[in-house]
Design a protein around this ligand. Sequence first.
Ligand code: KE4
Length: 449
Amino acid sequence: MTPETPKFWTLPPGDGRAGPRSRALFTAAQSLIPGGVNSPVRAFRSVGGDPPYIRAAHGAHLLTEDGVTLIDYVGSWGPAILGHAHPAVIEAVTRAAQDGLSFGACAAGEVEFAELLCRVVPALRGGLVRLVSSGTEATMSALRLARGFTGRTKIVKADGGYHGHADMLLVAAGSGAATLGIPGSGGVPEATVHDTLTVPFNDAEAFARVLAENPGQVAAIIIEPVAGNMGCVPPQPGYLQRLRELCSEHGTLLILDEVMTGFRVAFGGAHARYGVTPDLVCLGKIVGGGMPCGAYGGRRDIMQQIAPLGPVYQAGTLSGNPLAVAAGLATLGLLEREDPYAQLEAASAALVDGIAARAARHGVPMVGNRVGAMFTGFFRAGEVHNYDDAKGSDLAAFGRFHGEMLARGVYLAPSQFEAAFLSTAHDAGVIEHTLQAADEALAIVARHA
Ligand code: KE4
């Protein structure tokens, strides 16, 4: 990029629908990679059209392989809370890379990172934490640990909750599985999911019934404290507290899956925001600052069951690798020092309220759910408190809105059952462009209703 070339993130957003180069790349990809993608939701199957290929990302913006600048509300599915390519994060990773990419051995950064996590995440205070390389590894390991610690086999999850793709969790999964209409998944033996029970999100008494019907058999319930994989669905007042009470009464572990909400809805996570301390917490996305990183941890007496201390095995070649640790330390350090959460809350409220007001003006039924800087506009009337409510959305209207927004340079998650994410780089100009695009897109949706 020569000095006089304008930086792509300073250019006005353009039509982000796949151009010739993205289409050519996607055609090639489909002959090499299942569906042409390395993660199903990226295939745009629930919204139609080919996905634009992304060449670069900076702040609130993406640059496509067809040379178009877009405003990004996917944020790599959550990690980019500071905007893409934050200079301090890039510098930290670049510096670490000079000294090698992965040692597979103990390194000082792991200690510094664990100290930070155990200081700022309430559930980790006084406990132990283990780094892994993805959210799936974090939740899978936490559930194995819960079964090992309690000696029980049943686990409970929310219908429409998504916790990664470990076999035992792919029942009534949200996110990609929900989007693709796969109630569970092929290849998962019945025996594997026999002990996985699902309850509606925001229905603590349904969980109470499961506990009563399976006395002494439920090892854990794993819950997204703010659901993000059925779209954004906040916990109803008292819901999380009631789960905490029920788990304590029945010797069942409360596992909060904060892979998405950790450091997204509050510094430390949703459990810091809502004041409910789980027995174990799972982290991912933001804690790696965009690099492959996850973590799980909590009560010391439970975590001491993990190898090499105890009988529950879990391992990982790249766990705690220096680059992921460097990115995580830089990201969480900036979040702690700058405390952008009030700013994120205000920007997110302005955006969601603005879009909802425009939907109302155009007569398009829309429910705007938001917690901090994660949100979803459900194309339906009424309220959305669980997955059944979310499934009542008009998916055709969502698909049309998605395409019209992309055509106006706004890149939204290609699924009604996903959350959108704002970053500290989404300034007033970005919000204004987004609201203008939404006004035009909603007018078109209204005409096709
Ligand atoms: P990963 O294995 O994808 O790092 O994390 C799995 C996971 C666990 N828990 C929650 C609450 C999550 O949201 C996720 C992954 N989220 C999806 C998007 N909703 C990742 C995007 C994708 O699957 O491509």
